[in-house]
Design a protein around this ligand. Structure first.
Ligand code: CP
Ligand code: NVA
Length: 302
């Protein structure tokens, strides 16, 4: 019997079979894009409530929801009464009377959990300080698309090891069994307790070469995530050695994938040449956000 996912709030809350179900549906939706007329979101209106900027996530959700027959409303949280202090639990109960689902990008993970609880409508995490599940599901789909599997893959994450993407990778490793190595400055490595909680085959190191050696995937994200701007100077100084460049690529497997969740800051977490050499993979990753999010939406409303 297949289970129904009610919300997509974190990778941690998904089971392995739920992840596999999403990935399988992603493949179907990608190969059938434009060919099928099924509109599982017909008659529905989904709210996109964003407290942080976005290009990929906003556009891929807006396009994806429309392709599935639904409508969207984009709400900049600062322009709503939320920005003037209306409680999340009240906002959630109001919106639940009107919308069919919510896609939320915000700071605290607890805020989307609260929204999901009080609204009762399907709620999707479009990035919080803790997790970026849609990104990592799209990235895993990209790896499987290019390499045929994820279980035997060694993923080396180089950069800010305590970012939302790093944390989602941690939980994904625990669920899917692939090897994850995180290389960062000691101050930006995930806490031992979190690594244990995730439960995967995970190595944390402050040595880039140790993480990159023989890796199948070199992955990075920006050093200064949204909301961390006040730490910019310190992070740039401390994370200086934790970037993907030509010499790091040479240590990895000869056909290693270089991946970036975007937006990229060339000269920081990745150099220009490496980025452009691997642009095909990186922009495939960006495109796959659309397909994986459509799959998530279908799983939530089926
Ligand atoms: N990768 C990602 O989520 O990009 P946006 O911030 O543009 O949505
Ligand atoms: N870690 C980054 C991801 C951007 C898509 C951030 O939170 O800003």
């Amino acid at each position: 019997m297949t289970t129904k996912i009610k919300h997509l709030l974190s990778i941690e809350q998904l089971s392995r079979s739920e992840i596999e179900g999403i990935l399988q549906r992603t493949a179907e939706l990608k190969s059938n894009r434009g060919k099928i007329s099924a509109q599982p979101l017909a008659g529905q209106t989904w709210a996109l409530i964003f407290s942080k900027p976005s290009t990929r996530t906003r556009v891929s959700f807006e396009v994806g929801i429309r392709e599935l027959g639904g409508e969207t409303i984009y709400l900049n949280a600062a322009d709503a009464q939320l920005g003037r202090g209306e409680l999340i639990k009240d906002t959630a109960r109001v919106l639940a009377r009107m919308i069919h689902g919510a896609v939320i990008r915000t700071y605290a993970q607890s805020d989307i959990e609260e929204f999901a609880e009080f609204s009762g409508v399907p709620t999707i995490n479009a990035l919080t300080d803790e997790e970026h599940p849609c990104q990592i599901l799209g990235d895993i789909f990209t790896i499987i698309e290019k390499r045929g599997q994820i279980e035997k893959t060694v993923v080396a994450y180089i950069g800010d090891g305590v970012s939302n993407t790093a944390r989602s990778w941690l939980f994904a490793a625990g669920k899917l069994g692939f090897e994850l190595r995180i290389a960062s400055h000691k101050k930006y490595l995930p806490k031992k307790k979190l690594v244990e909680r995730a439960g995967g085959r995970v190595t944390c190191t402050d040595d880039v070469a140790t993480a990159a050696k023989g890796a199948d995937v070199l992955y990075t994200d920006i050093w200064v995530s949204m909301g961390k701007e006040s730490e910019e100077a310190r992070r740039e100084a401390e994370l200086g050695p934790y970037w993907i460049n030509e010499s790091v690529v040479k240590i990895a497997k000869p056909d290693a994938l270089v991946m970036h969740c975007l937006p990229a800051h060339r000269g920081q977490e990745i150099d220009e040449k490496t980025f452009e050499n691997h642009a095909q993979t990186i922009f495939d990753q960006a495109e796959n956000r659309l397909h994986v999010q459509k799959a998530i939406l279908v799983e939530l409303v089926k």
